[in-house]
Design a protein around this ligand. Structure first.
Ligand code: GLC
Length: 540
């Protein structure tokens, strides 16, 4: 008897759409996006064709780092709504086949979290070891010379108890001590809380930093200014692996293929491979920052990044994306000011036709740009804003329609709406069949329905032209899709080596093209400047 192959979990080829809830849709006129706003826009997301949404933190927080300083892990901040709103959001999303993922900030809490208040109340408090404390150096100064990612020392002196506490980010974000069994259990309980409340999984914040080298070495480089970020003493310590496996077990104990999506800064493909776990038992979906951080539209660099993700991750699904709430939008990063729309078609076609899972950032589907420096305005949150300042450009309100507030709010938006909203908005994009929005929607549809794009192998190709990225996806039945991406502003002619398909798959061999009516030439294609082709073929 034939046994049915085990279905792949939903997340192996999903598109997860990141929403910064503060900026997506305001439902009550206070100028701040909220959970009910997201619920209102679920039909939009369904029509676009995404599988899941990941919401950045919406928990109570003093907002020193806009929600990434959590003061209560199991509640909804008043500005975003209530638990009842959350439950409704997940219910309504489920009806539309959309899963909802929560951002779990594991590495640190807010200094206003009751855990930290207890921990700092005395050296003998039972929660003292939920955070990382150290006696002063012999001269009374900080125990080490380490610098925090957001600038300044990683140590903050706590006068009443005479010790320093450690924070790899802001001093308002004391690091949690994952070596403490009590803390680990508390964080597992947080995960269980959201899983019981319908979360389909978590985006894990800043996972490399869970443990520190407790020999507390000095940093020899600190004066060179090269000290911020991944360091052997502050990141990827061996104990991190076991802690993530522990969390994975909790998540796997729930039915329904719940998933962990990791924000795991890495410096090599070997690092990325490790994050999946030796037996695939750590993070299901570690983000590929090597691909995300490619600085310019360069075909050779992209080809190298894609090939290594395909060849060196032992078949685990890579996680491709470009933008998020910490990174300038790809429209602004890759755009040359003249061909931005075409370039956006290249980056989206590439990310969405590869194997694995793709992330999108709200607004990329309409080509939303970053706010220009002159569009920013100072918001009176005082000292609390220092870090968030330079990430405001990519966090501006979603542009739903033309007009001053772009349909985002009926009030005064917390961050300015981009001036581009007059032209770049959902209403305009939906009305124009040739828009980037419809390009994305077609890509998302094709990604789901074309067997080669959905489940097929990745076939690296040599395009014979270093301006063009070429690869194919091929299913086991011998049907495939050839993907050609011209990353230059010149027309390019190709001779694809070692690729001998039986022919194009008629009718409709050209599945998508940036040039309407382009021919389906497999052997010697010609691509216009910044041209994209997806061509269906058979055999070979
Ligand atoms: C992650 C988040 C970022 C936050 C930082 C500290 O990198 O994406 O927004 O500031 O962690 O929590």
């Amino acid at each position: 008897m034939k046994t049915a192959a085990k279905a792949q979990p939903w997340w192996t080829h999903a598109v997860i759409y990141e929403i910064y809830p503060r900026s997506f849709q305001d439902s009550n006129g206070d100028g701040i996006g909220d959970l009910n706003g997201v619920t209102q826009r679920l039909d939009y997301l369904k029509e676009l064709g995404v599988d899941a949404i990941w919401l950045t933190p919406f928990f109570p927080s003093p907002n020193a780092d806009f929600g990434y300083d959590v003061s209560d892990y199991t509640a909804v901040a008043r500005e975003y709504g209530t638990m009842a709103d959350w439950d409704r959001l997940t219910r309504e999303a489920r009806k539309r086949g959309i899963r909802v993922m929560v951002d779990l900030v594991l590495n640190h809490s807010s200094d206003q979290h009751p855990w930290f208040k207890e921990a700092r109340s005395s050296r003998n408090n039972p929660k003292r070891d939920w955070y990382v404390w150290h006696d002063p150096a012999p001269n009374g100064g900080p125990p080490t010379n380490w610098e925090s990612i957001f600038g300044g020392s990683t140590w903050e002196y706590d006068k009443p108890t005479g010790q320093y506490y450690y924070h790899v980010f802001l001093k308002e974000q004391p690091d949690l001590n994952w070596a403490s069994p009590g803390l680990q259990k508390a964080m597992h309980d947080v995960a269980r809380f959201w899983l019981r409340h319908g979360a389909s999984g978590f985006r894990l914040d800043a996972t490399p930093y869970l443990f520190e080298d407790t020999n507390w070495p000095q940093d020899p480089d600190v004066k060179s200014g090269a000290s911020v970020g991944l360091k052997p003493y502050n990141s990827n310590l061996p104990a991190t692996r076991a802690a993530l496996r522990g969390l994975r077990k909790v998540v796997d104990s729930f039915h329904g293929d719940r998933v962990l999506l990791g924000e795991n800064a890495i410096s090599s493909i070997a690092d990325l491979r490790r994050v999946y776990g030796a037996k695939g038992d750590e993070i299901n979906l570690p983000m590929d920052f090597l691909y995300k951080d490619v600085a310019s539209l360069n075909a050779s660099t992209f080809k190298a990044r894609i090939d290594e993700a395909e060849l060196k991750l032992d078949g685990f699904p890579p996680v491709f994306h470009f933008s998020n709430h910490d990174t300038p939008r790809q429209w602004s990063r890759f755009g040359d000011g003249l061909h931005n729309d075409q370039i956006a078609r290249i980056t989206s076609a590439m990310t969405l036709t590869l194997r694995g899972t793709a992330l999108m950032y709200y607004g990329e589907e309409i080509g939303m740009p970053d706010l220009a420096p002159e569009e920013l305005r100072d918001i009176p949150l005082g000292a609390k804003r220092k870090v968030a300042d330079n990430r405001d450009p990519e966090r501006s309100p979603m542009q739903w329609s033309a007009g001053k507030v772009a349909g985002f709010t009926s009030g005064d938006p917390w961050l300015p709406v981009g001036r581009s909203a007059a032209k770049v908005n959902v209403a305009n994009a939906q009305a124009d069949q040739g828009s980037l929005y419809h390009w994305y929607a077609r890509l998302l549809q094709l990604r789901k329905t074309n067997a080669a794009l959905r489940d097929g192998a990745y076939v690296p190709l040599e395009s014979g032209n270093d301006q063009v990225v070429a690869y194919a996806r091929r299913d086991t039945g011998g049907k495939g899709v050839l993907v050609l991406l011209n990353m230059s502003n010149q027309a390019q002619t190709l001779a694809i080596e070692g690729f001998k398909p039986g022919g194009v798959l008629a009718p409709g061999a050209v599945l998508m093209s940036s040039l309407p009516g382009a021919a389906a030439d497999l052997r010697h294609p010609v691509l216009e400047p910044f041209g994209v082709r997806l061509v269906a073929f058979k055999g070979g």
